[in-house]
Design a protein around this ligand. Structure first.
Ligand SMILES: Nc1ncnc2c1ncn2[C@@H]1O[C@H](COP(=O)(O)OP(=O)(O)OP(=O)(O)O)[C@@H](O)[C@H]1O
Ligand SMILES: [Mg+2]
Length: 577
């Protein structure tokens, strides 16, 4: 329990820990008010029953006072509830935000290693209900624990021997039950955390892939996968809820059993003192009644803490494994002044037999336009990922005017505008998709309209409007329109280096020609690196880089390459246009 408490405390900041202590103290205050109310009922009843009520003023005053106390108690409890529930939710939201922040700041390769559904399961699953319940349970443990100690202490003081008999009977039977339930709760908690990820993944696959699923007529497989995860989840929840209820179900008969044990003991050992024993039994009956709810709540809290422990540990492990983004680079990178140099770069992806990139060297001078071509799988996108600083090279390095980009990746990335092979479209307006991540107030409308023209998006704007929604994953856009939105996004924030990965592959030749003219004009002002399958897209580049099987086979001006490189020539003439 204590190491777990330390794990939990480490998730909170200092303010959070202080608030948790304050809530514990305030909850003890609430328990005090509760006890005071109960304690005052008896004298009030005595007053009503007494003959000296007189004109009844004293009774009215006492009832009024009692009412005031009950109202104060309710207001206090309401305020406390508001404070503590608000605080639990704030802590939970803050941890979810911190996890998302760290997942987004993580190195790209790590991002590729982990399943998105697993991350959602922790940041959006574990950090919500399990975390809030664990926090709440710790408070319950403190306050109900105090009540338990108080009531048990009074009983022990009043009747030490019967109490020892009773507690050892209850404890002796309850101990193995508790051990069993503890082990099961931990195992179920682990399964519960894993199954959330399976559930999220199954439903995402079913809905994300709906187009192909429908045409192939295979919804049954996806439904079955989701149903299986859901059933598994249901089974875990059912067993958890049963274990949560188990203490109450076991305790009630146990306490009565202890009562019977005390009666039997008294009758057989001290039949002469049975008269005194009635008082002890009365104490047991009343104490037992007060104990059962407190014990139930305490054991319920212990069970919740155990069941959600794996979830809390998963949060803690990810917070430790994913460091927060560091703002200060080792060595700030100046703006590109001379050249980007790729020096003997090699990349091996785990599991692949062949290196994705091997001994790649290339110099790109400021202002040059580079076209990268090669068969599918040749390593073009991987080379761009290395230049973008997303994939760190296993061998070699990429430098900007002699400085390794690894010394300030964020500084380098801020110099780049990039259109990926698969443009991400968010379910928002065209404006939000172009400005991508800028607040509305920061969007420059004049610049936006200028970019809409450059990216040949006027037709799309005429149909949807800049403030029209483009649908989930851009479902209201055509393939070429998506690409042009990606291009507009890259051009909106003027950056000196432009990297395009098949950015115009889905355009018709006329639109591509128009965009090509824009890009050609940009090439004169910026350093551009263009990956393309279509010859027309890159023909005019200063240098063509020809890649095959992770290597640069040759590079030079298009006409020189055709003239001197038979493989390139074959590549060009074999319909690569
Ligand atoms: N994350 C990854 N893990 C393992 N292998 C990868 C990964 N990304 C790419 N690869 C492999 O690396 C090789 C190069 O891929 P890359 O995406 O760079 O090809 P490409 O030249 O861009 O192809 P295309 O023209 O089809 O886009 C491929 O064999 C691919 O399967
Ligand atoms: Mg590619």
């Amino acid at each position: 329990m204590v190491p777990h408490l330390r794990t939990l405390a480490a998730l909170l900041d200092r303010r959070g820990r202080r608030a948790l202590s304050l809530i514990a103290v305030l909850t003890v205050g609430a328990a005090g008010l509760e006890m005071l109310t109960v304690a005052l009922v008896y004298p009030l009843l005595q007053l009503i029953g007494s003959k000296s009520v007189g004109d009844g003023r004293a009774l009215i005053a006492a009832s009024g006072g009692f009412l005031a106390l009950v109202v104060v108690k309710s207001v206090y409890n309401f305020g406390l509830l508001r404070f503590q529930e608000g605080w639990y939710q704030r802590v939970s939201a803050d941890i979810s935000r911190r996890l998302l922040h760290r997942y987004m700041a993580a190195p790209w390769l790590r991002h590729l290693e982990r399943n998105t559904a697993a991350l959602i399961g922790i940041a959006d699953g574990a950090a919500t209900w399990p975390l809030v319940t664990t926090l709440r349970s710790h408070i319950v443990l403190v306050t109900e624990g105090l009540v338990l100690v108080g009531v048990l202490g009074v009983m022990l003081w009043a009747a030490p021997l019967p109490m020892l008999v009773a507690t050892s009977t209850v404890g002796g039977v309850f101990w193995p039950v508790s051990r069993y339930s503890s082990r099961r709760l931990h195992a179920l908690g682990e399964q519960g955390t894993a199954v959330v990820a399976d559930r999220v993944q199954a439903i995402r696959h079913a809905l994300d892939g709906l187009r192909e699923i429908r045409i192939l007529g295979r919804p049954a497989w996806f439904e079955a996968r989701y149903a299986e995860a859901r059933t598994r989840d249901g089974a875990v929840q059912q067993q958890l809820n049963m274990l949560f209820a188990l203490p109450r179900l076991v305790l009630e008969p146990l306490i009565v059993m202890a009562w019977v044990a005390v009666i039997v003991g008294l009758v057989t050992l001290r039949p002469d003192q049975l008269g005194d024993a009635v008082a002890v039994l009365g104490l047991f009956a009343i104490g037992g009644l007060r104990l059962i709810p407190s014990l139930t709540r305490t054991l319920g809290a212990v069970a919740s803490i155990k069941a959600y422990r794996p979830a809390i540990e998963a949060i803690s492990a990810d917070l430790a494994a994913y460091p927060a983004a560091t703002e200060s680079p080792q060595r700030p990178l100046a703006d590109l002044a001379e050249a980007i140099r790729i020096e003997g770069v090699g990349v091996d992806f785990g599991g692949a037999t062949q290196a994705a990139l091997d001994g790649v060297s290339l110099t790109i001078r400021k202002g040059q336009s580079i076209g990268i071509v090669g068969a599918s799988g040749a390593g073009k996108s991987t080379l761009l990922d290395v230049m973008l600083g997303l994939v760190p090279p296993a061998r070699g390095r990429v430098t900007i005017d002699g400085v390794d980009i690894a010394s300030d990746l964020a500084g380098w990335q801020r110099q780049i505008a990039y259109v990926p092979q698969h443009v991400t479209i968010i379910d928002a307006t065209l404006r939000a998709n172009i400005a991508f991540g800028l607040a509305d107030a920061d969007i420059d409308d004049e610049q936006l309209h200028h970019i809409v023209g450059l990216a040949q998006l006027e037709g799309v704007v005429a149909v949807h409007g800049l403030d029209g929604a483009v649908g989930e994953d851009g479902c209201r856009l055509s393939g070429g329109e998506r690409q042009r939105v990606g291009l507009a996004r890259a051009l909106y924030t003027a950056r000196p280096v432009l990297i395009l990965d098949e950015a115009t592959s889905a355009l018709d030749s006329e639109t591509e020609r128009a965009i090509g003219a824009t890009l050609q004009a940009l090439r004169r002002k910026r350093t551009t690196i263009t990956v393309a399958h279509r010859l027309a897209t890159v023909r005019a580049c200063d240098v063509i880089v020809f890649m095959s099987a992770g290597r640069i086979v040759d590079h030079g001006q298009f006409d020189d390459l055709v003239a001197r490189d038979p493989i390139f020539e074959r590549f060009v003439t074999s319909g690569w246009q």
